[in-house]
Ligand binder design. Sequence first.
Ligand SMILES: C[S@@+](CC[C@H](N)C(=O)[O-])C[C@H]1O[C@@H](n2cnc3c(N)ncnc32)[C@H](O)[C@@H]1O
Length: 357
Amino acid sequence: MGLAALLADRIRASGPISVAEYMAQALGHPEHGYYMSREPFGLAGDFTTAPEISQVFGELVGLWCAVSWQRMGAPSKVVLAEMGPGRGTLMADLLRAARTLPSFAAALDIHLVETSPALRNRQAQTLAGQPARWVERFDQLPDGPLLLVANELFDALPIRQIQKHGEKWVERMVGLDEAGALAFVPGRRVRRPPLAPAVLAAPDGAIAELCESGRDLAAAIGRRLAASPGAALIIDYGPPESGAGDSLQAMRAHRYHPVLSDPGLADLTAHVDFQSLAEAARRAGAAAHGPVSQGRWLLGMGIEERTVMLMKNASPQQAADLAGRARRLIDPGEMGTLFQVLALTSPSLPAPPGLDP
Ligand SMILES: C[S@@+](CC[C@H](N)C(=O)[O-])C[C@H]1O[C@@H](n2cnc3c(N)ncnc32)[C@H](O)[C@@H]1O
């Protein structure tokens, strides 16, 4: 039995489920969840992420980590953790760049935070020979100074959707239509939803999204950075300021797919609400910097200079390819403005590289 049929049975037995529960099951069901058994990246998969486009992306994240470590006073040991590491490509590129500063490389206690057994195996292959350890949750990381990186993790965390009906907000649920197929249905009234004023003022019929697990994670990161030195780099897609709108989308083989069709077989993501992540981390005692657009951050970190350096040792065709890949990451029409970069740091640290005001 596939996941759609399992969910339909559950809904028939005990009623509609929230959009967050639908998303959690579609991505993380132990047997049928999208990330649990497959490797969805690249041309043969469903989508391509920045580290898979250019090695320069992970190298510049490595440079960011090295500078942040120096600003923390160059502790002799620092936990370097990546959350949601996919194929392990970003971490491999980061570590290659880190080796150019041997004292930094020697200080690293490498951890990967990953829920998917299949992707853990893939990461272990990519990082063969590296002294890396795996945990399932952020709160399982060892104590001490921390450098944390998360690229396209938060967009995979389940969101609730609520819809405005006149002056009321109502939970959007996943139920069944008359033919027994999964369909959106209205649920209970939600009193005083924690939304930004601009979202609360949205017109009748508007949909708003709440990512409670994302906010909880940002708060947990913030508490840790308030208690011990550290910096976290969050890169993801979404607008820089909170807004209303239905951003839930499914991708299969690089094309949009209906959100409620084939749960577990298509990727499901939603825009990241950077403003609410920054607020949650600040309330927990950390400093938040940005977000700034990915294009601006990469340019500030030196993507052009690094790409030109790589092009010098490349054939004309390889050089054109390198330049094209860098453009894809920074151009406003591609990933340059759709993606944002948010940094969270211990409050005593200065603004991190690429995020200076
Ligand atoms: C879209 S992929 C991003 C992969 C990688 N960061 C990249 O840029 O190529 C999302 C990753 O997050 C992992 N993931 C999803 N939910 C997670 C969670 N709650 N905790 C840790 N990892 C999670 C997935 O298994 C996958 O590795």
